[in-house]
Design a protein around this ligand. Structure first.
Ligand code: AMP
Length: 220
């Protein structure tokens, strides 16, 4: 099963993708995580992406399209994948259709998680995660049980994304509305789009996604 999770930054795509990944044995493909890894590794792609990401803008379509095209060809993707953060432009959505078609694959579900901008700023600015296992937390809504220690793996290596600062968040929301939101009518026109209320409690969102997918998903 191949799934696209759509929605603005902070909508909860990563959290839900991890739950789907675990429940259904699919692979989460987060282009944000891939780019952050490229930046950390100092690769050519990372060098090109770093300043663009820090400014809250979108990295160029050709970089992202090549990245996803390579990644979905890898062995671990053969049972299916969850795209989290891709596509983010109409050009990326069209390229995705082409690369899937060329491999005899298709998208089974495109799920839009809808969240108000005001809630997003609040969600993103309190966000931190475990550098070792990727578990995501929030200062107000989901702090670690023991301050500074990951509930999942016990690591004390907590990090905040540099682009989760309030001024960058505004630029990221603008990029979403200007460049990413136009892909919603693209998928709606294909009859592929399902909408879930991303403002609801995390577990309620998971249940709504499970209903769309027709499979049970545990809250983790
Ligand atoms: P995310 O972790 O999905 O919020 O992505 C973090 C940043 O990576 C974004 O603000 C963009 O700068 C960049 N990025 C991630 N995915 C894409 C994409 N599909 N197209 C362009 N830029 C992307």
């Amino acid at each position: 099963m191949n799934i696209v999770l759509l929605g603005p930054p902070g909508a909860g795509k990563g959290t839900q993708a991890k739950r789907i990944e675990k429940a259904l044995g699919l692979v989460q493909l987060s282009t944000g995580d891939m780019l952050r890894a490229a930046v950390a590794a100092g690769s050519e792609v990372g060098k090109k992406a770093k300043a663009v990401m820090e400014a809250g803008k979108l990295v160029s379509d050709d970089i992202l399209i090549a990245m996803i095209s390579d990644r979905i060809g890898e062995a671990d993707c053969k049972n299916g994948f969850i795209l989290d953060g891709f596509p983010r432009t109409v050009a990326q959505a069209e390229a995705l259709d082409k690369m899937l078609g060329a491999r005899g694959l298709k998208l089974d579900h495109v799920i839009e998680m809808q969240v108000d901008d005001a809630a997003l700023v609040e969600r993103i600015s309190g966000r931190y995660s475990c550098k070792d296992c990727g578990a995501v937390y929030h200062d107000k809504t989901k702090p670690t049980k023991v301050a500074g220690k990951c509930d999942s793996c016990g690591s004390a290596n907590m990090v905040r994304r540099p682009d989760d600062k309030a001024d960058t968040v505004a630029a990221r929301l603008k990029a979403y509305h200007d460049q990413t939101a136009p892909i919603i009518p693209y998928y709606r026109a294909k009859g592929a789009l399902k909408v879930v209320d991303g403002m609801a409690d995390m577990d309620v969102v998971t249940a709504a996604i499970a209903k769309v997918l027709g499979k049970p998903i545990a809250a983790i």
